[in-house]
Write a protein that binds this ligand. Structure first.
Ligand code: AHR
Length: 826
């Protein structure tokens, strides 16, 4: 007890002296704890006398290891911190306890750190010699912090620096509290809140042009968004190319036979690769039939959903290996004897031959299976066994699932980004997505492991993406790897993991050519080498590609910069008309964000891709985020964002927080040119990431409340912004920040759209100064999305045929988003 008393006295004494300004220096201790295996990063404690230590923040990480995969890695062990002659702080730490791998970074103020670099061992360290490291390690000390012995580096510092660290923790705590504020679950904060009144005064004299591409969609093959999702193919593993490596060998049932089984006597089922249809599609099924009547069965993706009266095209490649001629009966059944439709395939020969037939289904069923019944006595090879609904989106061959594609189309996205996300740059360089592997005949496409832990057949490839964009009037926005893989890559043969790899410089010319060829494939005449392939696929006219993203939230390392610069310069030189979109890391702050912006500014990259998955409070309290952006620098594509409630699904609250943000994006539509919520799709039961915009299963589509916010912005976008001033009856910033407004005009129709968000638990009466609108119309449509803040699947209500008089004074109900569309037609 006495010990505690003395300690408290000492702390009080130190604090008093510090406060009184008598302490101009103190000791700083830098260490990492064993809690969470070092994943909370570099901690600091301070002391006046080297005996009594005060931790700065609780497990607060001033610097966190960014190495390797989330979950298993990103550890900091035994950090060494020192100040050097170059007036910088240097920090070196071990990444694990196994192989001597080590990380390095530096800082000028202990708060802002450069992107990290990683080395196989300390001898490889570039900025700190092994000798110096040894010296610094010899200075390690042990001190007691909160009764725990900790080992680390001890330095003496001006108090102002330590004070800065303490303030940083306080600031961060305050900031996190603000951002963690939830709306619907805090009855106390708003308990005494009276209904609020606002008046809205638009200022037409300050109208400005804004981007007409502001709202788009982000498509990534995550959560089974492609195979088993948007891609309408109903057969799983149609090409027998599923590979244990897709799941890193962790799933014993995941192999070339996945989703396939046999039924009946006298059938042998093996996989071979001796004489494939195409070298990119090595495996095929070999069936030895001694008793015709047995079947090979595919269960689809969680069953096959069929609709009564609909037609389905079944196709397959077959080759008789031994035995005489025969036919194949193909049936759709429930597995219990009921047949929903059948067809016969006749043309079996001794060389690979593609055959097809159409099956009309007699009754709807959600979980049918496909049965292949070879009517032969012999050995038969089969591959590319496909079942496609004839009714795809816009009737496209090899097209999209109609209901899901329609739901995306109804967002009215002005562009679609594809193929990701992390899928674009892959898990290690061997997993980078190469567009050329995804075009041409299906049997020649090169399937690939999906870094989200499954398989990409590439049936949904670049041609299909571009065509889908065209079908829904969206600009295509392909994103290619910047010559480096995902910054959370696993090892994949490299001692330090994919994160620090880059395509070898000797291969970069080929890689750059691949990107240039993409532009030719999309935009070149049908007579050019690559344009010819597009024409052969059925699209002689160019696709009008205008944007290419290079990189996806990459670590802004030297490896990245070197490769990005090479690609960027080559594209700029050959195709100056293409807008290149660079990348500035996975967060709205931090080293990749600041270094990424610095680098993009140096290179004058026209646009950069920002990402942030944050709590609703971030959107509420950062409405001025882009108001402060330098208009002379790169434009912004907010490529991935969403409001996340920790451990909970999205709901009206997240949707309204996003609506608040989107009004800020419209206001800043002169600097923010594009935005897309992420991820777009998630199949129930196969979801690796939450929340998502649209959930689905084989028969149902379940758009979230957040979806309708996106839809209302997409369907009511404008290209001119009209600043509007809100005068609010309540001056509390927590109240004012929960009301948002934007006014845009669509110059094509002259329609004016007013959007109003109310994230308060009380109603807001909004008086609109409509005289200034000078619109000669009385046709107003009012759309309202409202409900309980925790409601997840709300839909908007629409009232048409209102007059201006009807909206002079309107009530914004608690937790609501209101869109008023004033027709420009006279
Ligand atoms: O949207 C899901 C993932 O989030 C994307 O693949 C990646 O870019 C980001 O980290």
């Amino acid at each position: 007890m006495r010990k505690y008393g003395l300690f408290i006295l000492a702390v009080v004494f130190i604090c008093f002296n510090v406060k009184a300004g008598t302490v101009d220096s103190a000791y700083l201790f830098a260490y990492a704890t064993k809690a969470n295996e070092g994943r909370s990063g570099l901690h600091f404690a301070w002391s006046r006398d080297k005996a009594h230590w005060q931790a700065i923040g609780q497990e607060y990480g001033f610097l966190k290891s960014d190495y390797g995969r989330w979950g298993s890695e990103k550890r900091m062990i035994n950090p060494v911190l020192f100040f050097d002659k170059d007036h910088r702080w240097h920090c070196v730490w071990s990444l694990n306890n196994k192989d001597g791998a080590i990380a390095y970074t530096e800082s000028e103020d202990l708060l802002h750190w450069k992107p990290q670099s990683y080395y196989v061992n300390e001898k490889e360290l570039v900025y700190v010699s092994a000798g110096k490291l040894k010296v610094q390690r010899s200075k390690w000390q042990q001190v007691t912090i909160a009764e725990k012995a900790e080992t680390g580096s001890l330095v003496k510092l001006p108090w102002s620096l330590i004070d800065g660290l303490i303030k940083q923790v306080a600031f961060s705590k305050h900031r996190n509290q603000l951002w963690a504020e939830t709306t619907g679950e805090d009855p106390v904060r708003f308990a005494s809140l009276k209904p609020v009144a606002i008046t809205v005064h638009p200022d037409f004299s300050k109208t400005k042009k804004i981007s007409n591409l502001l709202f788009g969609a982000f498509f990534e093959d995550i959560n089974y968004a492609a195979d088993g999702g948007l891609y309408a193919e109903l057969i799983q593993n149609r090409d027998f190319e599923y590979d244990p490596a897709d799941k890193e060998g962790k799933d014993a049932g995941w192999n070339n036979k996945k989703a396939w089984s046999t039924s009946g006597d006298g059938i042998g089922f093996t996989i071979d690769s001796l004489a494939p249809i195409h070298p990119n599609n090595k495996h095929y099924a070999v069936l030895s039939i001694s008793k015709p009547g047995a079947s090979l069965i595919n269960g689809g993706f969680d069953g096959i959903a069929l609709k009564a009266g609909a037609k389905y095209k079944v196709s397959l490649f077959a080759r008789i290996l031994t035995g005489g001629k025969g036919t194949i009966t193909v049936r759709l059944t429930d597995g219990r004897g009921t047949v929903y439709g059948a067809a016969v395939i006749n043309a079996l020969t001794t060389s690979w031959q593609k055959s097809d037939a159409v099956i009309t289904v007699n009754e709807s069923i959600s979980n049918a299976r496909l049965e292949i019944i070879p009517m032969i006595n012999g050995v038969l090879a089969l591959d590319m066994i496909s079942l496609f609904p004839q009714q795809t989106f816009k009737g496209r061959t090899n097209g999209m699932r109609a209901d899901l594609a329609q739901t995306i189309a109804e967002l009215h996205p002005r562009f679609i980004r594809f193929p990701g996300g992390c899928v674009a740059h892959g898990d290690g360089i061997g997993n980078i997505y190469h567009w050329k592997n995804t075009i041409g005949p299906l049997e020649s496409r090169k399937p690939q492991r999906n870094l989200w832990g499954y398989h990409q057949s590439m049936g949904l490839g670049y041609y299909e993406y571009f065509q889908f964009c065209e079908d829904i009037g969206a600009a295509p926005l392909p994103v290619v790897a910047a010559g480096v893989p995902c910054q959370n890559s696993g090892k994949h043969g490299h001692p330090l993991g994919g994160q620090q790899c880059g395509i070898p410089l000797s291969d970069m010319n080929d890689y750059i050519q691949e990107i240039l060829d993409l532009v030719e494939w999309a935009n070149g005449a049908a007579t050019t080498k690559w344009g010819k392939l597009r024409a052969a696929a059925g699209h002689p006219e160019p696709f009008s590609l205008k944007y290419i993203g290079i990189g996806n939230e990459d670590l802004i390392s030297e490896v990245f910069k070197e490769r990005f610069r090479m690609i960027y310069n080559a594209v700029k030189k050959k195709y100056p008309e293409i807008t290149v979109i660079g990348t500035v890391g996975p967060f709205f702050e931090g080293s990749d964000y600041s270094e990424g912006w610095k680098f993009a500014t140096q290179l004058k990259v026209p646009m950069v891709d920002e990402h942030y998955y944050v709590p609703p409070g971030w959107f509420i309290y950062n409405q001025d985020f882009y108001d402060k952006y330098d208009r002379a620098k790169s434009k912004v594509y907010v490529g991935e964002y969403a409001a996340h409630l920790p451990g909970r699904p999205s709901n009206l609250e997240t949707a309204l927080a996003e609506a608040v943000h989107l009004t800020a994006l419209e206001r800043n539509g002169d600097v923010v040119h594009m935005s897309s919520y992420a991820p777009l799709l998630a199949k129930e039961g196969h979801t690796q990431w939450r929340p998502d915009l649209i959930y689905f299963n084989n028969t149902e589509i379940k758009p979230t409340t957040d979806y309708y916010v996106q839809q209302l912005f997409g369907q009511n976008a404008g290209d001119e912004y009209i600043p509007g001033n809100i005068v609010c009856s309540d001056n509390d910033p927590r109240v004012k920040n929960r009301i948002a407004l934007s006014i845009v005009k669509d110059s094509a129709t002259n329609d004016v759209v007013i959007k109003l968000v109310n994230l308060l638990p009380v109603r807001v009466t909004a008086s609109l100064d409509l005289d200034s609108f000078k619109v000669a119309t009385s046709a107003v449509t009012k759309i309202i999305l409202a409900g309980r803040p925790d409601a997840g699947e709300l839909k908007p209500d629409r009232t048409q045929g209102l007059s201006l008089k009807d909206i002079e004074k309107i009530i914004l109900s608690p937790y609501s988003f209101t869109v008023l569309r004033i027709s420009g037609k006279r």
